[in-house]
Design a protein around this ligand. Structure first.
Ligand SMILES: Nc1ncnc2c1ncn2[C@@H]1O[C@H](COP(=O)(O)OP(=O)(O)OP(=O)(O)O)[C@@H](O)[C@H]1O
Length: 295
């Protein structure tokens, strides 16, 4: 029988992940699973726990939000072994959504017990890996602005305030984009590249993306004024922005290069990387094995 390790981030979702411990025990005992639970004590510790666990546990489950999933995945990718499971317990659970894993903990735990696995693609952006989405432009600045805004506004409204603030202060970025052999010059609002569909807490920015198709999906938003952007923004939640072809262009590719003289930041699975002038998105040769809802 596969041994399962649950790595729980006790602060994820404001304590929601930690509150799932009784449910995890109940469902694992019901299915007579051989499992263990470990709690992280500090940021990034999940990477080391995952690295150390692969020899003894076939399945390592991240219980938390996207930050916890990324850390556990990083540990497994570093060692090149093991299977990742996810029980969503964070405020943002975009990776789970991109994999079709339910954000309802009972369903997510049943998915684990069913044991369906698939190998998913691993994205690469300069020297970093990403599983879900890496992006430049508007949304990266929203994340940066939200870091200071949320110190003043401590509720969920801080993100909406940050979107409006960024909309007012944002300057379009002049970039040269090369998607495989296709070169274009654009003044972009944003460019998102990914394996998964969802980011930013449930926005379906790449509706056609498949985590295992060995292609990166690309969304470029350009040629749009701020007022129209304000109306376009809510359509991203359901993936309807792709209908507005004058402003939103969708591509698939293997290698995407972005060059600019402007100041741009990258949002890599929700973490902001320092400013860069040249960004190359590509696909790793290796894959990550995950427990999922369907093959
Ligand atoms: N014991 C701990 N104490 C404090 N921080 C921790 C601990 N364990 C993990 N972390 C950090 O908590 C952060 C948030 O985790 P995660 O994204 O899973 O939760 P979240 O509630 O969805 O967060 P967010 O509000 O950022 O979306 C991660 O950056 C992780 O490194």
């Amino acid at each position: 029988m596969s041994k399962i390790l649950f790595i729980i981030n006790p602060v994820a979702g404001g304590g929601k992940a930690k509150g799932l411990i009784p449910l995890i025990k109940e469902i694992m005992d019901k299915h007579e699973k051989d499992y263990e639970i470990k709690l992280t004590t500090r940021p990034k510790e999940a990477i080391n726990i995952a690295e150390d666990s692969v020899e003894n546990y076939e399945i390592t489950v991240a219980v938390g939000g996207d930050g916890t999933v990324n850390e556990v995945a990083k540990g497994l990718i570093n060692i090149g072994k093991g299977t990742l499971g996810i029980v969503p317990g964070g405020t943002g659970n975009d990776m789970a959504k991109s994999l079709g894993i339910s954000t309802e903990p009972v369903k997510a735990l049943e998915t684990l017990c069913r044991g369906l696995k698939k190998d998913i693609d691993i994205g690469c952006v300069n020297d970093s890996n990403f599983l879900n989405i890496a992006s430049v432009g508007f949304d990266a600045e929203v994340v940066i602005n939200n870091q200071s805004i949320k110190t003043v506004i401590k509720s969920g409204i801080s993100y909406a305030v940050s979107v409006i603030y960024t909309l007012l202060s944002f300057k379009k970025k002049k970039v040269k984009i090369t998607i495989d052999d296709n070169i274009m010059e654009e003044k972009i609002i944003l460019l998102a590249v990914g394996n998964g569909k969802y980011y930013g807490g449930g926005m379906k920015i790449l509706p056609m993306a498949k985590v295992d198709d060995e292609y990166l999906d690309i969304c470029i938003v350009s040629n749009i004024n701020k007022l129209k952007l304000l109306f376009l923004f809510p359509t991203i939640f359901k993936g309807n922005h792709i209908k507005y072809k004058k402003y939103v262009k969708m591509y698939k590719g293997k290698t995407i290069k972005v060059e600019t003289r402007d100041k741009i930041y990258i949002n890599i699975d929700g973490e902001i990387a320092p400013e860069m002038k040249e960004i190359v998105f590509s696909m790793e040769d290796k894959k990550l094995n995950v427990l999922c809802e369907e093959k």
